[in-house]
Design a protein around this ligand. Structure first.
Ligand code: GLP
Length: 245
């Protein structure tokens, strides 16, 4: 487990983007696991800059997103498919057919989840996965109590996550209550993981993740057992870590 504490959110974004750029240059058909949320936005902007100004090539890269809200169409402003197109895919030379986000409108949601797992396997598994973290320690939409061996499935969102994400919707009643999410078992199979966190509202979750017991009550704590994980944090997110003092 590696922990990098950066002076600012901008430095965190650049540090993380450089890890991604390095891996893409070494393996042009890299399989990326991608996340939504506000935290990776700076890293995505830096990857777009590296593509435009330094020829970082995404033509062979394949991507799988962690999750999607159930019930939101792909063109809905708050759907994760829309988020990814707007902030990343539309600005790269990536083949849209190589970008995968679970289909929140699928009639057969369970079948869609099984097909998503099969597509990840068919691509050879995820080489590099980026994660954010919820204030309750969730990763993707694996809420506290999610089994460590869980796979892509339909999940119910907790009140705290609905509350956290309501800032993106007009009214809290508009926040979907269910999502399709890669499982913790799925995420742990990624060959390399980079978890990003900024701001002091994540400090408690980061301290519990890195320095607390490995427990399903804190889903991200399982990352302590991953053989190749890097936490890239700003000072605020790292502020409750004892070992950083
Ligand atoms: C959502 C996503 C997570 C993300 C989390 C944190 O719940 N499903 O993947 O890590 O939000 O979002 P933010 O980065 O905006 O704090």
């Amino acid at each position: 487990m590696k922990v990098i504490i950066c002076d600012s959110a901008e430095a965190m974004s650049k540090t993380a983007a450089n890890i991604f750029a390095d891996r893409i240059r070494s393996k042009p058909n890299l399989v990326l696991g991608l996340a939504t949320g506000s935290t990776p936005l700076g890293m995505y902007a830096e990857l777009v800059r590296l593509h435009r100004e330094e020829d970082l090539d995404f033509s062979k890269v394949r991507t799988f997103n962690l999750d999607e809200y159930v019930g939101l169409p792909p063109d809905h402003e708050q759907s994760y498919r829309h988020f990814m197109n707007r902030h990343l895919f539309d600005h790269l030379n990536i083949d849209p057919a190589n970008t995968h986000v679970p289909d929140g409108l699928a009639r057969d949601l369970d079948g869609c989840c099984a097909a998503y797992e099969a597509a990840i396997q068919a691509a050879g598994g995820i080489d590099l996965q980026v994660l954010g973290i919820g204030t309750n320690g969730h990763i993707a939409f694996n809420e506290p109590g999610s089994p460590f061996d869980s796979r892509t499935r339909v999940v119910d969102l907790t009140e705290s996550t609905i509350q956290d994400n309501s800032r993106f919707f007009k009214r809290i009643e508009d926040v979907p209550t269910r999502a399709l999410s890669m499982g913790i078992g799925t995420i742990m199979e990624a060959r390399e993981i980079v978890l990003l966190a900024t701001k002091d509202n994540k400090a408690e979750a980061i301290a519990r993740t890195l320095e607390g017991p490995v427990t399903e009550a804190v889903p991200a704590s399982i990352l302590q057992r991953h053989p190749n994980v890097t936490f890239v944090l700003d000072q605020a997110a790292a502020s409750r870590l004892k070992r950083s003092q």
